[in-house]
Write a protein that binds this ligand. Structure first.
Ligand SMILES: [Zn+2]
Length: 389
């Protein structure tokens, strides 16, 4: 299977340099899910493909990477809005604590399809460990003292997907990044099909307003929309970067970003830094775009496969039309892509060269059922268990 994208405003975000890698009119050849060639102008005359995608001047850019996410919370938005983190968690979990593994499966699928609809093609996903709050609040290790859900909620069960008639316990259609060291090497990928779920994990604790450390090997994910919603503070990202730390961007829980919108997340991240430092140079559009694509892939150790449009990487990309609605002249195309474009301009999302969402509609046959379960079964759970939201 091959796909040839032509007449594209390419934003490639190449590794190793700060330049966003903009090409005013270019092409990209995809073969067997990976980028086989990419460059300016037209492909060589002899190049053919099974499918030609003429994007007619639309942006073609890397799919976004969320290096900190909780996809199972997709059906819990708009709750706990008068609370900070732990009060919000209590509100958000009041329904999901009573959910079955199957319901967690559908909620996670719903969250995955939501990410794909918004152009997020790679996600580091945390499941719900149900650890007590106190160790996390106090920054202590919870080993041995944590109360964990039954194994069924978090099973890494690759065999279930191949068993005829069976349904995996949990799924995603963004790229999974398993969270245990042993599973990290076998992170899953799929393009619209159910896949394996990572084992349970513990969310790394960090303080949003923490001062930067001089440990340059440290890696951090910033979640500006989530941190803002929960009144958690503002991470000192420019200082972290200045000291050589790797930083990625995450959309965190859909239940606390409410709209898992990477453009909103980028702009919030930029504006928070500018407001904090009174310095517009503290966060520029090119930098925040890099943090939400290749930067996230780097801190997860998967930048050899995703995060930029480069030969050999998976063809995970978004198609964004700056004329629908029209954002005006593109004086600086990359800056307009970050600052003036958004979900309203997003037309198509591809994972491994396969279309997974077009104009907000998922190509996944399970999408409708995922929505049905969330709309019917989660409210029924709340009623059954007398949850007051
Ligand atoms: Zn989180």
């Amino acid at each position: 299977m091959s796909l040839l994208v032509i007449n594209a405003r390419l934003i490639t975000v190449p590794a190793g340099i700060d330049d966003p890698g903009y090409i005013e009119r270019g092409y990209m050849l995809v073969q067997d899910g990976r980028i086989a060639a990419i460059g300016a102008g037209d492909p060589d005359p002899g190049v053919t493909a099974d499918e030609i995608l003429d994007v007619d001047g639309k942006f073609v850019a890397p799919g976004f990477v969320s290096s900190h996410s909780h996809l199972f919370t997709s059906g819990s938005r708009g709750l706990g809005v008068d609370q900070t983190l732990y009060g919000w968690c209590t509100s958000m979990f009041s329904v999901l604590d009573n959910a079955s593994p199957d319901q967690i499966y559908w909620a996670t699928l719903h969250g995955s399809l939501d990410f794909l609809a918004n152009g997020v093609t790679t996600a580091y996903n945390f499941t719900d460990p149900l650890l007590p709050w106190e160790p996390m609040v106090e920054g202590k290790r919870a080993d041995g003292g944590g109360i964990l859900r039954d194994h069924a909620w978090h099973t890494w069960a690759p065999t279930t997907r191949s068993s005829p008639g069976s349904r995996p316990r949990s799924t995603t259609c963004s790229r999974w990044i398993p969270t245990s060291r042993s599973a990290r090497r076998s992170w899953g990928r799929c393009s619209g099909r159910p896949g394996p779920t990572p084992p349970r994990s513990r969310s790394p604790s960090w303080t949003a307003s923490a001062s930067p450390t001089r440990r340059t090997s440290s890696r951090r994910t910033r979640r500006p929309a989530s941190n803002g919603r929960l009144a958690s503070g503002i991470a000192h990202v420019p200082e972290m970067l200045e000291q050589g730390m790797k930083v990625g961007m995450g959309l965190d829980d859909q239940a606390c970003t409410d709209v898992a919108d990477p453009w909103q997340n980028m702009r919030m991240g930029m504006f928070m830094q500018r407001a904090r430092t009174h310095d517009p140079l503290s966060m520029m559009p090119e930098r925040v775009l890099r943090l939400h694509t290749l930067g996230g892939a780097e801190i997860m150790g998967v930048d050899d496969r995703v995060g930029s449009l480069e030969v050999g990487k998976f063809a995970d990309f978004v198609v964004v039309d700056p004329r629908k609605p029209d954002v005006g002249p593109l004086w600086n195309p990359v800056r307009s892509y970050v600052l003036a474009c958004g979900l309203r301009n997003l037309t198509q999302v591809y994972v491994g060269g396969k279309l997974v969402n077009e104009n907000g509609l998922s190509t996944n046959p399970l999408a409708e059922e995922a929505s049905r379960v969330l709309h019917e079964e989660l409210p029924a759970l709340a009623e059954e268990f007398g949850v007051i939201l």
